[in-house]
Design a protein around this ligand. Structure first.
Ligand SMILES: *[C@@H]1O[C@H](CO)[C@@H](O)[C@H](O)[C@H]1NC(C)=O
Ligand SMILES: *[C@@H]1O[C@H](CO)[C@@H](O)[C@H](O)[C@H]1NC(C)=O
Ligand SMILES: *[C@@H]1O[C@H](CO)[C@@H](O)[C@H](O)[C@H]1NC(C)=O
Ligand SMILES: *[C@@H]1O[C@H](CO)[C@@H](O)[C@H](O)[C@H]1NC(C)=O
Ligand SMILES: *[C@@H]1O[C@H](CO)[C@@H](O)[C@H](O)[C@H]1NC(C)=O
Length: 754
């Protein structure tokens, strides 16, 4: 009964669920292929004996954070104690904002290092290796959406394998803290487990929080979260360094797995959805959760400029400024798909958001489904009407009456609360018209003030808005455009063209649930000075909405411009340095390359800030730093490279058509930097070629995603997590019943770097 031969084909398939959340994932790339003679022999002898499964012996995560730039290495060791070769799977869930920078696997003492290559080239190398009979692993990632990394290899009998994955990211400051999240998904209990986060900053660390391990499906931890009692924190005397060590023993790991499983079960029963049940099964698989470190630093009043080794980084987060008054137009989707829990959550979120408005702010509520309605506050005093009886407005062709925005006085907010409590869901999704009307509301509000300010007889001052208001559009939708203009390209170009000039509003888009057209929303916001966020359909959606709103609700500066004297910096090297607005709790980071002859750097920041009378005044700060000798290690160059790639990819995504033939296109520039600094991005892939393996492999059959499509498609995470990628590794031993197919689907936190 000995098998004549055994061929092990190990294929790595990365399925990418498109960012618009469409149900059909596309297959990106992959394949680790290998086939060896000795394996056959070993297996042949031992088929009768029970096989001792492969053991995870160690997992160590070491994260080095310097100037908010985090380099994290995840190292695991496995041992195959059996007489036959077995497959080991290494899986890491990494933040969406991170770029993989290195991967090394050590099999039986021999290291195999992966190289970052341009996508097309990586595929070519892979195909050549396969045709020459060499085993090759080609791992590609779509950086923006991709959030996990998995590789499977065969581990020879009685040997060890070690995997070492390094990824890098710039931690973003949100609501006053940098949030560093490390996912602990070892897949099993680990005898030796260790997480070390070392933070080194140039200024004192003012806040340092390590909350209890989280599910990763919750919104960011706050100071109210319980502290993780199992960590040790060591701080340096000057408070500029801290080392956080977490070494959960087996008991603690079991406890955490149980906590995780319970939380998942609880949320599953809370919203009875099968996605959560799906996840529950996953949780039995050795998921400890997300280890989070949050910190903040003291900062010099005028920002901080660091210069070292030819690069500079400028951190800027002014304090003690009063927020600018704003004109905020809430554009809310009440199409029928919003019915049920979503509309309830939207109402709950709007109640607290309205309550947070400052009395000097102005606001407007624009409701849309098939048609668009700008709410009048006087409706609050009328009898409530059902959505159906509004059929006059809920027609795509009914013109929307442009009601001027209202001042956020106590009385007006109370009326708005009544209107919000009556929102109900019905009809289609007329995205184009909703945005068109929102921009009209803003343009008209300012224009009205202009003409009226010349009209001395005008007494309706309440309806006019000040020129000094910061215009903001908060656009929330849960679906694709289905009514009116539905072509995303046309919607984008009309709205972007219309929303222009001095009064250009920042458009922040909220994709509520998995069915929203994330692509459209992302482009819309990128082109209109805002950003897009995903709101997950979950029990805490109202909190997520509020949490998002907090990040943009307090603009501190408008028309912010960072200027660096041209003789002191290398032309074209400075990252984004002009911003429509900056917000309380965030931080602006600008980086660049110094001119070779520069002996000092004298940046100047100009903007407008609030004056004492809800108006605005000029704001200006200057810094001056000397360029000194190289001064130890500061990750300025990598930080610059990381930031440049992120911004160039955003630029590329904001374009109508990528003009990839142009040498100076954002795509080409991003690619050049990614290759130079070895970052795995949407434009690059990792390749490992295993030398001198035998036998060619049938790559065609290896590529087949098989039944996994069905697995991947309907999976929708129930929390503040996005499922963008499903990586899947399948090992088909061509032997009776030896199909060791493995399926993994994961979700990941959706963090956008602005
Ligand atoms: C893992 O890789 C990183 C980056 O190359 C390296 O600094 C670290 O020492 C490696 N860890 C181990 C255990 O090899
Ligand atoms: C308002 O008055 C100013 C001068 O007082 C004039 O320049 C401007 O054109 C007037 N605007 C309108 C809309 O009439
Ligand atoms: C001035 O405003 C009043 C009240 O809104 C309006 O009736 C009148 O027509 C306006 N006059 C001019 C010259 O715009
Ligand atoms: C209208 O704009 C002017 C500046 O152009 C401003 O001084 C005035 O306060 C604004 N009106 C209101 C009611 O805010
Ligand atoms: C692969 O084979 C070639 C020649 O067959 C040999 O020179 C080389 O050292 C081998 N490499 C490894 C890593 O075994």
């Amino acid at each position: 009964m000995k098998p004549q031969w055994l061929s092990i084909v190990c294929c790595v398939t990365i399925l990418v669920v498109h960012s618009n959340g469409a149900a059909v994932p596309t297959q990106d790339t992959f394949v680790v292929a290998k086939s060896e003679g000795e394996v056959t022999e070993a297996t042949g002898v031992t088929t009768e004996e029970p096989v001792v499964p492969i053991k995870l012996t160690q997992m160590r995560v070491h994260s080095e954070v310097s100037l908010r730039y985090a380099v994290t290495a995840v190292v695991t060791h496995v041992r195959n104690p059996s007489h036959r070769s077995q497959e080991a799977t290494f899986h890491v869930l990494l933040p969406e904002t991170a770029f993989i920078s290195e991967f090394v696997m050590t099999l039986n003492g021999k290291p195999y290092k992966a190289y970052v290559k341009e996508k097309g080239e990586a595929k070519k190398i892979y195909s050549e290796a396969v045709s020459q009979g060499l085993g090759a692993a080609h791992i590609s990632a779509k950086a923006r959406d991709s959030n996990h990394f998995t590789v499977s290899v065969n581990v020879e009998p009685n040997t060890e394998a070690m995997f070492n994955l390094t990824y890098e990211e710039l931690l973003v400051r949100r609501i006053g803290v940098y949030n560093h999240a490390i996912n602990l998904h070892p897949g099993a209990l680990v005898p030796k487990m260790e997480v070390i986060v070392h933070i080194k900053e140039s200024q004192k660390i003012s806040v340092l929080r390590v909350p209890e391990v989280r599910t990763g499906n919750e919104i960011d931890a706050t100071e109210n979260d319980a502290h993780n009692a199992k960590v040790t924190i060591q701080k340096s005397n000057d408070d500029k360094e801290a080392t956080i060590t977490f070494t959960p023993d087996l008991e603690e790991q079991k406890r955490l797995m149980q906590v995780y499983a319970d939380k998942v079960k609880e949320s599953a029963s809370m919203h009875h959805n099968w996605y959560a049940r799906e996840e529950e099964q996953d949780s039995s698989n050795g998921v400890l959760g997300q280890f989070v470190v949050q910190y903040d630093v003291d900062r010099p009043a005028n920002g901080e400029v660091l210069v070292n080794d030819g690069y500079f980084v400028h951190f800027f987060a002014p304090k003690d400024l009063k927020p600018l008054s704003k004109l905020v137009v809430f554009v809310l989707d009440t199409s029928s798909s919003m019915s049920g829990r979503k509309i309830e959550q939207l109402r709950a979120a709007m109640h607290s958001i309205l309550a947070d408005l400052h009395p000097s702010d102005y606001f407007s509520i624009v409701e849309f489904s098939s048609g668009v309605k700008v709410h009048k506050l006087s409706e609050a005093q009328e009898e409530p009407q059902s959505h159906y009886s509004w059929s006059s407005w809920d027609q795509s062709d009914a013109p929307a009456a442009l009601v001027p925005p209202a001042r956020a006085s106590r009385d007006n907010v109370d009326k708005a609360q009544v209107i919000v409590s009556r929102l109900s869901a019905n009809g289609g999704t007329n995205i184009y018209k909703a945005l068109d009307v929102a921009v009209d509301v803003i343009n008209k509000a300012y224009a009205k003030n202009k003409t009226d300010s010349n009209n001395t007889t005008n007494t309706i001052k309440e309806e006019a808005v000040g020129d000094d208001l910061q215009p903001i559009i908060i656009f929330l939708t849960d679906g694709d455009a289905t009514v009116g203009e539905t072509n995303p390209t046309r919607i984008l170009s009309y709205i972007t063209e219309k929303n222009s000039g001095d009064r250009k509003a920042a458009i922040y888009s909220l994709a509520f649930g998995q069915d929203a057209d994330r692509n459209l929303l992302r482009k819309l916001s990128l082109r209109n000075e805002g950003f897009m966020r995903q709101i997950y359909e979950a029990a805490d959606a109202a909190l997520q909405l509020r949490n998002f709103y907090q990040q943009v609700s307090s603009p501190l500066l408008a028309h912010v411009n960072f200027a660096y004297p041209p003789d002191q910096v290398k032309p074209g090297s400075v990252t984004k340095h002009s911003f429509t607005a900056t917000f309380a709790g965030s931080e602006v980071v600008v980086a660049g390359e110094l001119a070779p002859a520069a002996s000092e750097l004298e940046p100047q920041v100009t903007a407008f800030c609030a004056d004492d009378d809800h108006g605005r005044k000029r704001f200006e700060v200057k810094n001056k730093v000397a360029v000194k000798e190289r001064n130890g290690y500061l990750p300025l160059e990598r930080l610059w490279a990381y930031l440049s790639i992120k911004q160039l990819l955003d630029e590329r995504d904001a374009l109508d058509q990528s003009n990839s033939n142009d040498e100076n296109s954002p795509e080409k520039r991003a690619l050049a930097i990614a290759l130079k600094y070895s970052f795995v991005t949407p434009l690059t892939s990792l390749v490992v070629v295993k030398p001198n393996a035998t036998n060619a492999v049938d790559a065609e059959s290896a590529d087949k995603p098989g039944p996994l499509l069905a697995q991947a498609a309907p999976f929708a995470p129930a929390y503040p997590f996005v499922l963008d990628d499903v990586a899947d590794y399948q090992v088909d031993a061509l032997e009776e019943d030896a199909d060791m197919g493995k399926e993994n689907s994961y979700q990941h936190e959706d963090v956008f770097l602005q």
